[in-house]
Design a protein around this ligand. Structure first.
Ligand SMILES: NC(=O)c1ccc[n+]([C@@H]2O[C@H](COP(=O)([O-])OP(=O)(O)OC[C@H]3O[C@@H](n4cnc5c(N)ncnc54)[C@H](OP(=O)(O)O)[C@@H]3O)[C@@H](O)[C@H]2O)c1
Length: 262
């Protein structure tokens, strides 16, 4: 039985960083399966990781919006006789804008990739996970509160957050922990996909985090069996505020800020 990690969204940003840091921290992995659509990025990452750590990264080119591909993943898991020690669901995207102005396909794809594909990957991989394995689900601080101007994205991340917390409880008897990672804005390709330059949110420039630090904390929290990981004082304050201040007030303030900054 080979011990592997599976990371989706591995061709850039947090996902790429998870591959690098997990290989550095746990060089005992037989393989890391790296899933995304951009083959060139995955192959380049595999070379870098091999050179730096000796760990083999297996690029798996897959559009996770195509749920039919889950069957292929299951067959690979079965044929390769692997034990998945860590699953990191990182693939995801957001599109900033008012729902009334947004493209219907973008809205549907956000729900599809961030919620349905994440759920399908988790369900497909679970039978191949043994006791003391770990799952990391990348949510967002957007999970803590509805967010006018980013409504569908924030709703998808609330799903990820809620799903992670209850799945963690369901898997307690199998000693598998699920960590919901809730980053604030970070310096990845996320905002290139999310917004044009003029749509970029005002808060981004104040709070932009280094993805290396977010991932380092996520791996630390996951290895300690924590069910949540939030990097940075500002984002912890967002979480506390979302619990203390009536949410309708905060949503109104966010909506007002959108109006004055747009
Ligand atoms: N950066 C932030 O500010 C921030 C804050 C909070 C939460 N997050 C969350 O963090 C996660 C990772 O985002 P990131 O910041 O690292 O952004 P990123 O650099 O844009 O990475 C997104 C990853 O998802 C993959 N992906 C997108 N669509 C896919 C599809 N249909 N099938 C398979 N893979 C797909 C991309 O690979 P390909 O394009 O090669 O397929 C890429 O590897 C997301 O879930 C995002 O919601 C980000």
């Amino acid at each position: 039985m080979r011990n592997i990690a599976i990371i989706t969204g591995a061709s850039s940003g947090f996902g790429q960083e998870f591959v690098l840091q997990l290989a550095q921290k746990y060089p005992g992995f037989d393989q890391i399966w790296a899933i995304a659509r951009r083959r060139d990025r995955l192959e380049q990452l595999a070379k870098i990781v091999k050179c730096k750590t000796g760990v083999t990264v297996v690029p798996i080119v897959m559009d996770l919006l195509d749920l039919g591909r889950m069957g292929e993943l299951e067959i690979m898991l079965r044929q390769e006789k692997v034990a998945v020690r860590i699953l990191v669901n990182c693939a995801g995207f957001g599109k900033i804008g008012m729902v009334q102005d947004q493209n219907i396909q973008d809205l549907i794809n956000m729900v599809h990739l961030n919620c349905e594909s994440l759920t399908a990957v988790t369900k497909t991989v679970l039978p191949f996970m043994s006791s003391k394995s770990r799952i990391i689900q990348v949510a967002s601080t957007a999970a803590y509160l509805p967010q006018p101007g980013f409504s569908v994205y924030a709703a998808t991340k609330s799903y990820v957050y809620s799903f992670s917390k209850s799945l963690n409880e369901e898997l307690r008897s199998r000693k598998i922990t699920v960590t919901a990672v809730c980053p604030g804005p970070a310096n990845t390709e996320f905002f290139q996909v999310a917004a044009s330059e003029k749509e970029e949110p005002f808060y981004k420039k104040f709070f932009l985090a280094d993805p290396k630090k977010v991932v380092k904390k996520a791996i630390k929290d996951c290895s300690r069996g924590r069910n949540e990981s939030t990097y940075g004082v500002a984002m912890k304050l967002v979480k506390i505020m979302s619990k203390l201040v009536p949410n309708n007030w905060i949503i109104r303030v966010i909506g007002w800020m959108q109006e004055v900054t747009s």
